[in-house]
Design a protein around this ligand. Structure first.
Ligand code: ADP
Ligand code: MG
Length: 569
């Protein structure tokens, strides 16, 4: 199993070194696995010290929550293993104040015992110590003897208790406040891929390509059930339904919601899940007043997420709203009241030529439609080719553009001449095609609008095509031989241009289509000099350029449509 580490036994120690060397807010306590606030010595003795921690592997928990508004210290054990009694005791001795210490512990036997014994020993030394156990895992409910596990909801406990400690609550007050909060706090997790512990040769469990684990903890253990992969919307529906059932949330209540990544899930997926979770909460008529999504309590590299919902009674609101200054908890100004979208400025319209007139655009539109259809059909081929030498998006990119143009055909047909038609087409392409191709095609098509000056004859179009090619070469800087779309486009345009007079349009386009096809084939011999293919260096040789292929598809569609149409006549 590949990991960026030196030796498994050094992982936690070296993580703490890196974290504290890279932070202006965190310090390490001597050589111990204890992370404390920088300037800790200035803290008032009247504020209760908050200490949390547990096994490592849940980063940014818990060291990332050390700082004003949250914890005073985090005690770190080895990966997925509770810290020792002595390390917890050292933290209490160093950080505990005259006002006392509150230990925030996730509900695992090891953590309960080590933190619990340290608390007892500290009391014999004269410290005032209270301990709260967080048990928010809805998958386990209240049935089992071991009780629920403590998972991502613990981070919200840090927030609530942190704010209450800053305002001066006593250890006993903090304890009852947390117990009150956790009685309305529930989390459920879904795993898509298990995690691997540094040094282990395989992950804790294996999932089939379409399987997920439901109701799992944060230590790489399997969940309580397994199912067939669901969409984000269905995951959100199931999660929210279980959480509502678990804590008996009822319509009209304010809740805090946290969508948490388990370490191997991209933020984009967490955003999708949050969106769906908010829809579900809305459906249950719960008011999601406090919202977070991100990696808060991970399980090494596990792919998956958890959803936490907490009941927010009136007296918790200021505690959630108080600012924090810690590395891993974002500063929001709550409650979130602003609309998530704001109106855009009015869209630009086509800068039409002065010429009025009513050119018949149906033939031109027929050709453009045929090109769009051909590009849609070519999507799988272009995608596959771009996967080999690029990032695989070209097929979808051009397909999206082609579909957009087809959908907006009525706008094109509102134009009164071919030049304005091309300007409108360029705008449609610019709006819908991204990547490198988008601006190149858009500017190339704008070159075709110069047909206004050249006249909408075979000759005029050939001259306009030459301007389009020149535009693409100017913007992209590519020449024939650089292994780009220009390798197909230039020979095709030259064929049009060289046959611009006295050649029937069908023959002219067939010659161009052949030239484009040959241009594509020639790119197989080349090493890409521009575009993403160039990042492969010599490895791009042997592959035909996808952008050039798209050009050949376009010219083939033009030739076939014109010649097919002619032969039918
Ligand atoms: P990307 O994913 O790299 O943004 P696309 O997938 O939209 O780009 O398009 C890839 C194609 O763009 C390439 O196959 C190549 O034909 C073409 N291309 C890349 N760079 C240039 C350039 N500078 N000039 C002309 N064409 C280019
Ligand atoms: Mg691409």
């Amino acid at each position: 199993m590949k990991k960026i580490i030196n030796a498994p036994v050094d992982v936690v120690d070296q993580y703490i070194s890196g974290l504290t060397k890279g932070s202006d807010r965190l310090q390490r306590l001597a050589e111990k696995p204890i992370v404390v606030r920088a300037q800790e010595h200035q803290k008032p003795q009247s504020k209760v010290a908050l200490i949390s921690g547990g096994g490592s592997g849940h980063e940014p928990a818990h060291a990332g929550y050390v700082g004003p508004g949250m914890l005073d210290a985090a005690v770190l054990g080895p990966v997925f293993t509770s810290p020792s009694v002595d390390d917890v005791l050292t933290a209490i001795r160093a950080i505990g104040t005259e006002a006392g210490t509150l230990l925030i512990v996730k509900n695992y036997t090891g953590d309960r015992l080590n933190f619990g014994l340290a608390a007892e020993l500290a009391k014999t030394e004269g410290h005032t110590v209270e301990m709260v156990i967080v048990a928010d895992d809805a998958a386990l409910g209240d049935g089992s003897r071991a009780g629920r596990r403590g998972i991502a909801g613990t981070v919200l406990v840090h927030k609530i208790a942190g704010a209450a400690a800053e305002r001066g609550d006593t250890p006993a007050q903090l304890r009852s406040l947390v117990d009150d909060f956790t009685s309305g706090l529930a989390t459920v997790g879904v795993g898509l891929e298990a995690c691997t512990i540094p040094g282990a040769t395989e992950s804790g469990f294996k999932l089939g390509p379409e399987e997920f684990e439901w109701g799992l903890g944060i230590h790489g253990e399997a969940g309580h059930s397994r199912g067939t992969m669901l969409t984000a919307a269905r995951i959100a529906e199931k999660a929210v339904a279980e959480l509502v059932e678990d804590r008996g949330f009822s319509a009209g209540e304010h809740v805090a919601v946290m969508v948490n990544g388990l370490g191997g899930t991209p933020e984009i997926e967490l955003g999708v899940l949050l969106n769906d979770v908010l829809t579900e909460l809305d459906r249950h008529r719960l008011s999601a007043t406090y919202v977070w999504a991100g990696n808060f309590m991970t399980s090494l590299d596990m792919a998956g997420a958890s959803v936490t919902v907490a009941r927010v009674a009136e007296h918790f609101r200021p505690l959630l709203e108080d600012p924090v200054n810690v590395p891993a908890f974002p500063v929001h100004s709550f409650p979130l009241v602003q609309e998530p979208t704001r109106p855009a400025p009015p869209a630009e319209s086509v800068a039409r030529s002065d010429r009025t007139g009513d050119e018949d655009l149906s033939g031109l539109h027929h050709l453009v439609t045929a090109v769009c259809e051909a590009l849609i059909d070519a999507e799988p081929v272009l995608s596959e080719m771009d996967r080999r030498v690029g990032d695989g998006d070209l097929g979808l990119n051009l397909r999206r553009g082609a579909e957009h143009v087809l959908q907006h055909g009525h706008e094109l047909l509102r134009e009164s001449n071919s030049a304005d038609y091309m300007k409108c087409l360029s705008l449609l392409v610019r709006r819908s095609v991204g990547g490198t191709s988008g601006p190149l095609y858009s500017l190339g098509i704008l070159g075709l609008a110069s047909v206004e000056a050249h006249g909408a004859s075979t000759t005029g179009w050939a001259q306009a095509a030459a301007e389009g090619l020149a535009n693409i070469k100017r913007l992209g800087g590519a020449e024939v031989g650089d292994c780009t779309m220009v390798d197909a486009l230039q020979p095709a345009v030259e064929a049009l241009y060289n046959n611009r007079s006295d050649t029937p349009i069908g023959t002219q386009l067939s010659t161009a289509a052949h030239a484009a096809r040959k241009g594509v084939d020639d790119t197989a011999e080349l090493q890409a000099a521009l575009g993403r293919g160039s990042y492969l260096g010599a490895r791009s040789t042997g592959h035909r350029d996808p952008g050039a292929e798209a050009v050949a598809v376009i010219f083939a569609a033009l030739a076939e449509t014109v010649n097919g149409g002619l032969s039918r006549e």
